[in-house]
Design a protein around this ligand. Structure first.
Ligand code: DMJ
Length: 644
């Protein structure tokens, strides 16, 4: 709720008022008014005239079509009033009409118009100036306005471009320029344009990091500062192989110089085992493979060995936190549990470290975790709970099954370890296949009214139609499995889920997905997707563009590139900060004020932009999926050569 706006009143008393004389004669009234006007002092008359002019100006300014005209926007570019939506959810039409789930062609036509939401909503809004006015007034009351009329969103002195950050992507042009519509034209020329758009986005993000956060973990682009998580230059390390893949040599060289001269792991600092493995160890290993530069391998060995104390637990299930300077490890202060996804999504990296160093201790430690998890009770058709105890090695908080946070990459790494090892470790494959069957049996449902396929959650036997954006890794993983010979129905499910993940973007007013959505399942629902107030944020996450990359590589269906192109443009439109960097946002449902969170997560450079670039590149040899397997932070590691 917005605070009520403060009203100031000016009271003027006219001479003669309250005399008790009242006559219905029009002429008398005119004469009487004129006489009263003449009786006023010059100052009073000027004041009244000034007030009238002011009222007139306010009236004009608050009339939406006129202001839109003055701002140079097309009529009807109004957006839904969130407050109205909250109070009267059924007053706004369904996002997509029954039976109108966009087909590839329909989607292509509609999506690039830059008017978020379906035409039916836009029509409603075209007629409804009041809702928009209410939003505008609330925002004025919030003190947020500066610069908005120039097509920018201003927040605490920083400015986010609302213009397309991608060259040549004005309304109308998009359709023509979109990847899928270019089939007939010179695809080479177009492709280089899309690739350049990703390079531009990277350079812009990098500029912010360089100017305000160099050597620190994350950029805070709005406040032009940084935040520390581990104090290890997380964004810089996460972005190394992206720069290499994008061909940004200059940027890569300066980052490499920092790694060579500044990066030290000899620090008295607690790091999260999982996060530092997937981002730092994974990033260094992949950069070593891509460049052949042993600087990165040496650094990888250093951080890898410093993380090993995490495995010194009674059960051999690792603790969540390690002090890489002291060589001590511990669970979080409030529990002796670790997260299942965290302890089962470090295997690709430690296995590779063993292969490269010929030191088996790393692989042995992570293999032991997999061995134990494999034989644990408490799974449901191959689905795992979210927590595991580091003392007794048992699952805890049982009965909740999700493909989202805390379990997601367990499934991803079953498949990817199997691929990494040359498809020989059949236990991993069996666990993966069983889990996917478990997903299909227990978690996959269809929404109403349009029948979107989604993956919900199960809590003590109760199904919840909740899906994290994180789950959008699954279409890509399923497609990767199918590409490697797993059942064809995995690919069918991948395609259906891909459509759903795309709809999670398309149906939001900014064209950006929220963190979590809820699907409607009851008959008579007017829309498929609902978003709770607390779930409206977008952290620049990669999962959907990651899956788009896999789906495009394996199907060559251009719609997937169209969708990625659209998402890139919306990142540019709503999250790009003019002074450099991109910011996560609080509200994907408010295109007028998505409310920046002032943080650029390292995975935006490590994953999101990398997957977009690979999606737009037609060079299937650029990180071939038959030679590399991506870790869960998008760092490619080699598939091991077979040793017959
Ligand atoms: C990344 O760190 C990894 O992709 C992880 O597996 C999930 N969360 C973020 C991105 O959303």
């Amino acid at each position: 709720m917005h605070p009520p706006s403060r009203q100031d009143y000016v009271s003027i008393t006219l001479a003669g008022q309250g005399s008790g004389i009242y006559n219905n004669s029009k002429q008398w009234r005119r004469q009487s008014c004129w006489r009263k006007w003449k009786q006023l002092s010059r100052l009073q008359r000027s004041l009244i005239l000034f007030m009238l002019v002011l009222l007139l100006i306010c009236g004009i300014a608050s009339y939406p079509t006129i202001t839109e005209h003055l701002r140079g926007l097309p009529d009807g570019d109004q957006e839904p009033d969130d407050a109205l939506r909250q109070v009267l959810p059924h007053a706004l039409p369904a996002p997509v009409k029954p039976g109108q789930l966009p087909l590839p062609e329909q989607t292509s036509k509609r999506k690039l118009s830059n008017k978020r939401g379906p035409p039916i909503i836009l029509n409603h809004l075209q007629k409804n100036g009041n809702a928009s006015n209410a939003v505008a007034q609330d925002k004025a009351a919030d003190g947020k306005k500066e610069g908005e009329d120039q097509g920018v969103i201003s927040w605490r002195g920083a400015v986010i471009d609302t213009e397309q950050g991608t060259e040549g992507t004005k309304d109308g042009e998009n359709k023509e320029e979109s990847p899928g519509n270019q089939e007939e034209k010179s695809t080479k020329e177009s492709e280089s344009k899309w690739l350049e758009a990703v390079q531009d986005a990277f350079r812009h993000a990098w500029k912010g990091y360089k100017d305000f956060a160099w050597g620190h973990d994350e950029l805070r682009p709005i406040s032009k500062s940084y935040s520390e998580w581990f104090g290890l230059g997380l964004t810089l390390i996460d972005a190394l192989d992206t720069m290499w893949i994008l061909g940004l040599k200059e940027e890569f060289e300066e980052a490499k110089a920092w790694v060579a001269t500044e990066l030290s792991f000899n620090k008295n600092v607690d790091v999260n085992l999982f996060e530092s493995t997937i981002r730092i160890l994974g990033g260094l290993l992949s950069t070593y493979h891509l460049t052949g530069d042993t600087l990165f391998l040496d650094k990888a060995k250093d951080i890898g060995s410093r993380l090993m104390p995490a495995f010194n637990t009674p059960s051999k299930i690792p603790y969540s936190d390690v002090n890489i300077g002291k060589g001590t490890a511990h669970p979080p202060r409030w529990t002796s549990d670790s997260t299942v996804a965290e302890v089962t999504s470090i295997q690709l990296e430690f296995r590779e470290l063993s292969r490269l160093t010929e030191d088996p201790q790393y692989q042995a430690a992570v293999a032991e975790v997999m061995r134990q998890v494999h034989k644990l009770d408490g799974k449901l058709d191959g689905l795992v709970p979210m927590f595991i105890n580091t003392n007794n090695g048992q699952f805890t908080h049982q009965g909740i099954y999700t493909l989202g946070a805390r379990a997601d990459s367990y499934y991803e790494y079953l498949l990817k370890q199997w691929i990494q090892g040359g498809k020989k470790e059949t236990q991993l494959l069996e666990d993966y296949l069983q889990a996917i069957e478990g997903v299909q049996k227990n978690l996959v449902q269809k929404s109403s009214p349009n029948g979107l396929t989604f993956v919900g959650e199960l809590s003590h036997g109760q199904f919840s139609p909740k899906m994290d954006h994180l789950v959008c890794f699954l279409p890509g993983t399923l497609a990767l499995g199918a590409h490697n010979g797993l059942p064809a129905d995995h690919m069918d499910l991948a395609k259906q889920l891909m459509e759903t993940c795309y709809q999670m973007y398309l149906q939001m007013e900014t064209g950006l997905s929220p963190e979590i959505v809820h699907f409607n399942m009851h008959q008579g629902s007017i829309r498929d997707i609902d978003v709770k107030l607390a779930d409206r944020h977008n952290l620049l996450r990669p999962e959907t563009v990651e899956s788009l990359f896999y789906l495009y590589r394996f199907t060559k269906d251009h719609k997937y590139r169209d969708w990625g192109w659209e998402i890139l443009q919306n990142f540019n439109k709503y999250t790009k900060v003019s002074s450099g960097g991109y910011t996560s946002v609080n509200n994907v449902r408010d295109p007028d004020y998505p409310s920046p969170r002032d943080k650029m997560e390292s995975f935006f450079l490590g994953e999101t932009l990398k997957y977009l670039y690979l999606l737009f590149s037609n060079d299937t040899d650029l990180v071939s999926l038959d030679r590399y397997v991506f870790n869960t932070e998008a760092h490619p590691l080699p598939i091991w050569p077979s040793t017959a």
